[in-house]
Design a protein. Structure first.
Length: 324
């Protein structure tokens, strides 16, 4: 993988000289590690005002996968609207050959969250993106929500989030702590130093100006320890309207898994130029399944769907066609 100075990367973005897709290790003075990124775009050359979607990955099984790892490949050909997709791999995993997760939360010598904040802000500025959307599942939801918190009116789309680091699997937590935070760096009685946002519920419980779409598999074993405390913290704020919580039975996905097709629908709706709020995004997603039902033959629908639902779907479908 080629190394590219971050300022040169920005200049290449501005002059439209990068290949599509492109993969680089970005380097800048002051960064203790190169940051691996992958960028692809469905925008036309020179098109501005296009949403920027930033993806963070979750845990990495080092026995099966090599670094760097990127999330978001499943969106190729599924966005339906112009968008830039920037996938960022966690550079802290290179600190050890066995470290599988760090939540992008930083280390004693590298304030990664601050670097990511500057990186995404500068990329967005060069691309002149109208929307900034942060996405991540499992441990990748932690950096997605942390970065979105710093950007008013941005959107975080998270799925099966792991938002409280020290409440997660003790082996993963111990590996991250021992690798990235030597014990002499902070109070031994604390889970992490103050610079680490250990529990995202604490950050968001003090208020937030971004929007959140929270997608949760109800059979996820982490639901009670990770999701419930976060929702309770949001309930205590006056910003509950900024969060949309979606949880439904997923017959082919049990436990800590989430279907990429389902996630793609939400990202596709989020980059739709007409969707400005989480409610408008949800409306676009909700219309997709009835439209599918409306396109079935009368013989198929009579045996599968209640006829009242079929008629309702046909009306929605006709209304949508009339608006196009």
């Amino acid at each position: 993988m080629d190394v590219l100075l971050f300022d040169d990367f920005l200049s290449s973005l501005a002059s439209k000289r990068l290949s599509n897709p492109c993969i680089f290790r970005l380097r800048r003075n002051g960064w203790q590690r190169d940051i691996p990124v992958q960028l692809f775009s469905t925008a036309a050359p020179g098109e501005t005002g296009v949403p920027l979607v930033v993806f963070f990955h979750g845990v990495v099984d080092r026995s099966r996968r090599t670094l760097p790892c990127f999330e978001g490949e499943f969106l190729r050909g599924k966005l339906g609207h112009p968008a830039h997709v920037l996938a960022i791999a966690d550079p802290l995993l290179s600190y050890s050959s066995t470290l599988s997760a760090s939540w992008y939360a930083g280390s004693a010598d590298f304030d990664l969250p601050a670097v990511l904040q500057a990186l995404t802000s500068e990329v967005r500025s060069v691309l002149q993106s109208s929307k900034l959307i942060f996405c991540g599942g499992s441990m990748g939801a932690h950096p997605a929500l942390r970065q979105a918190w710093h950007v008013p009116n941005s959107l975080a789309i998270v799925y099966n989030p792991i938002l409280h680091i020290s409440a997660y699997n003790p082996a993963h937590v111990a590996a991250y702590r021992s690798t990235c935070w030597p014990i002499d760096q902070f109070d031994a009685d604390a889970a992490f130093p103050a610079s680490v946002v250990d529990n995202m519920a604490t950050l968001y419980g003090n208020g937030f100006q971004n929007q959140i779409i929270y997608l949760q598999n109800p059979s996820d074993r982490h639901f009670w320890a990770q999701t419930v405390p976060f929702l309770q913290a949001i309930t205590a704020t006056k910003m509950r309207s900024r969060l949309l919580f979606i949880s439904k039975f997923l017959p082919d996905h049990s436990g800590h898994t989430f279907p990429s097709g389902e996630l793609a629908q939400w990202v596709r709706a989020a980059v739709n130029p007409s969707a400005r709020t989480i409610t408008e995004i949800a409306k676009i997603v909700s219309l997709r399944e009835p439209i599918k039902a409306a396109q079935l033959s009368s013989t198929e629908t009579s045996s599968i769907f209640d006829q009242r639902d079929v008629e309702y779907a046909r009306r929605i479908f006709k209304a949508e066609i009339a608006q196009e």
